[in-house]
Design a protein around this ligand. Structure first.
Ligand SMILES: C[S@@+](CC[C@H](N)C(=O)[O-])C[C@H]1O[C@@H](n2cnc3c(N)ncnc32)[C@H](O)[C@@H]1O
Length: 248
């Protein structure tokens, strides 16, 4: 079961879940552009609907987005249409892609890399991103931690005029957490389409992720919080979410 979001889930995502990327984009931008010789080129891995890409495009970056979901990529193209000449969006697997040239910064946000099926896919993704980033460039991404996934054990209902969404999360401390989403989204004619999506997150020991980064050629890496990407954390496993800052 791959984790490329389908058409109706992509519509709901575009309506409801831009906030995370919009909130972290300025933090990543501020941190990265303080680095010496920060080139204004970005690779967004699992770019989703392009909310983060748009923030960087508005600040003169050239952006390449990669996502396995064609519907998500269509929203990304629409959301960044004003910057078409500096934006390219590619439908591809994060664990098996290449881009033309190299960028200064690569990102992957909102625990997108927890969607890869196993450590081999994550390793392969790190190698692909490594090939796409210039020497001295950075890769910043976040992962849900084991502590974060325990919070998935819940049932939530989100009801608006546009959408009704029911989330059933389950995590038992093992290698994967699951969320089953049943959704109703309003169509142009006022009727509602129903959809089902099961999203999973693979859980990693964060030390293993650092090891995979090192094996794939990344020079250094540490975990931080989004609010302070320059401050390495002593015990990131205690966090619900860890941001990795890797330098090539
Ligand atoms: C939680 S969303 C994050 C989207 C975006 N980064 C954000 O911050 O809003 C996860 C995204 O990963 C994509 N995805 C899942 N598996 C993928 C894979 N193997 N390769 C590329 N994209 C994938 C999904 O289609 C979806 O757009």
């Amino acid at each position: 079961m791959n984790q490329a979001y389908d058409t109706d889930f992509a519509r709901a995502y575009n309506l409801l879940w831009g906030d995370f990327a919009q909130n972290v984009a300025p933090r990543i931008y501020d941190f990265y552009t303080r680095q010496p010789d920060a080139e204004r080129t970005l690779l967004d891995v699992c770019c989703g609907t392009g909310q983060l890409a748009r923030y960087f495009l508005e600040r003169d970056f050239t952006v390449t987005g990669v996502d396995l979901s064609e519907p998500m990529i269509l929203h990304a193209r629409q959301n960044t249409a004003a910057y078409r000449e500096r934006a390219a969006f590619i439908v591809a697997d994060a664990a098996d892609f290449r881009i033309d040239g190299q960028v200064g910064l690569a990102v992957s946000t909102f625990d997108a890399l927890n969607h890869l099926p196993d450590a081999a896919a994550l390793r392969s993704c790190f190698a692909c991103v490594h090939a796409a980033v210039k020497p001295g460039g950075m890769f910043i991404f976040d992962l849900n931690t084991r502590a974060g996934l325990w919070r998935w054990n819940s049932i939530n209902v989100n009801d608006t005029a546009e959408t009704t969404l029911i989330f059933r999360g389950i995590y038992d401390g093992g290698d994967r957490g699951y969320t089953r989403i049943t959704g109703y989204i309003r169509d142009d004619d006022g009727r509602y389409s129903r959809f089902e999506e099961t999203a999973y997150n693979v859980v990693y020991d964060l030390a293993d992720v650092h090891a995979l980064l090192a094996e794939t050629g990344w020079h250094s890496s540490y975990c931080a919080r989004a609010a302070d990407l320059g401050a390495p954390l002593d015990d990131p496993e205690k966090e619900g979410r860890a941001f990795f800052v890797a330098t090539r």
